[in-house]
Design a protein around this ligand. Structure first.
Ligand code: FAD
Length: 339
């Protein structure tokens, strides 16, 4: 289901997840012409429910977005299935090119393309992602409470993650895997919280009847576990912004990449805003939607300012080209009506 891609609109929203649809809703309600171009692969697609979302607790990710799309359309926003492959400055706006050859012009861009989770390269792990292989205790902690939880150490966040998951279960084991062994201070903190540490590389996941039951180690032994927490490095889906002079940068949290912006989503490139996981890798659905709405309000204010400046210029100089053409339209219209 995809709307017509006409030439030209106030705002193109690149990405139709929580951040993009929320931004589009605000813009459409502000009577802006808005087109959402969405490749249809939200980050949480493998999950069965969205948790920690007030008034929509547990809704399926697909249903949440379907409702959002309906709301955007209800105010005249257009939704186009497709992938943006390039953006370029064109006059005082942007030319947005899609991978399938279509294009559209926009006065402003709201980029909400999210991120890619680079999962640890352990056989069997990817197939369990979003089910019993998890990353975020606030998304899934309740669902695995009191279970046997493993934490795979392949990055700097592992000890922190093990201590966090301990809030949901008193049976947490940290698998040292490919990371250096915990430091003396870390080992003390883990021991104090009753978190076991297992040395040795994890070589595969043990799955029975479509459920995780353990982790296999390089020495052939297996440790029983019902859930596994990982901390994937994140990569911002924003390669197409580099041509505008907006490269990705390391996020200060150490989680991976992001597109830097101020707290309202305004980037260093005039006319380009970002919201959601593409700029804030830790944002959950509610935070991503809020950021999209904030950025949309700022974009509308920016367009109001531009419209006002143009109107003032025409007002001061009624014989400017724009004013002349408006006068011409009026005269021609009057003539057509025999006035
Ligand atoms: C397994 C898992 C479970 C999760 N569970 C929860 C949970 O229970 N509760 C919670 O609050 N959060 C949860 N999250 C986090 C949640 O996924 C994010 O907060 C949310 O997806 C961020 O929304 P977003 O709009 O920034 O990005 P996304 O939802 O990822 O949406 C980005 C959209 O942009 C599109 N796109 C990308 N590139 C392009 C392009 N070039 N052109 C056009 N479109 C493009 C994508 O296809 C996608 O549709 C979970 C995450 C994971 C990985």
């Amino acid at each position: 289901m995809t709307d017509q891609l006409d030439d030209g609109c106030d705002v193109v929203v690149v990405g139709g997840g929580a951040a993009g649809l929320s931004g589009a809703l605000m813009l459409a309600r502000a009577r802006r012409s808005v087109v959402v171009v969405d490749a249809g692969a939200p980050r949480n697609a493998p999950a069965t429910g969205v948790h920690g979302l007030l008034a929509r607790e547990g809704v399926s990710p697909a249903e949440l977005l379907a409702r959002g799309r309906e709301e955007v359309r209800g105010y005249g926003g257009r939704l186009v299935a497709g992938e943006v492959s390039a953006v370029a400055r064109e006059g005082d706006g942007f030319a947005v090119a899609l991978a399938d050859g279509r294009s559209v012009r926009a006065r402003r861009l709201l980029v909400t393309t999210g991120l890619v989770d680079r999962l640890p390269d352990v056989p069997g792990l990817r197939a369990r992602w979003g089910r019993d292989v998890l990353h975020c205790p606030y998304c899934h902690g309740w669902e695995v409470r009191d279970r046997a939880i493993g934490v795979l150490a392949d990055g700097p966040m592992a000890v922190h993650q093990a201590l966090l998951f301990r809030q949901w279960s008193d049976d947490v084991t940290l698998f040292a895997h490919t990371a250096p062994a915990p430091t003396g201070e870390q080992a003390e903190r883990l021991a104090a919280r009753g978190i076991a540490v297992v040395e040795g590389e994890v070589t595969s996941l043990v799955v029975e009847r479509d459920r995780l039951v353990g982790l296999r180690l390089a020495d052939g032994s297996a440790v029983a576990r019902e859930a596994l927490a990982v901390a994937p490095r994140v990569e911002a889906r924003a390669g197409f912004l580099a041509a505008l002079g907006l490269p990705v940068a390391e996020h200060p949290s150490g989680l991976g990449e992001h597109v830097p912006a101020d707290p309202t989503g305004r980037t260093g490139v005039p006319g380009v805003w970002v919201a959601g996981n593409v700029t804030d890798p830790a944002a959950q659905v509610g935070a991503a939607a809020a950021a999209g709405a904030t950025a949309a309000a700022r974009i509308n204010a920016d367009l109001v300012e531009e419209d006002t400046l143009r109107a003032v210029a025409a007002y001061r100089n009624p014989f400017s080209a724009a004013a002349e053409s408006r006068l011409c339209e009026l005269v021609m219209g009057n003539r057509r009506h025999g006035l």
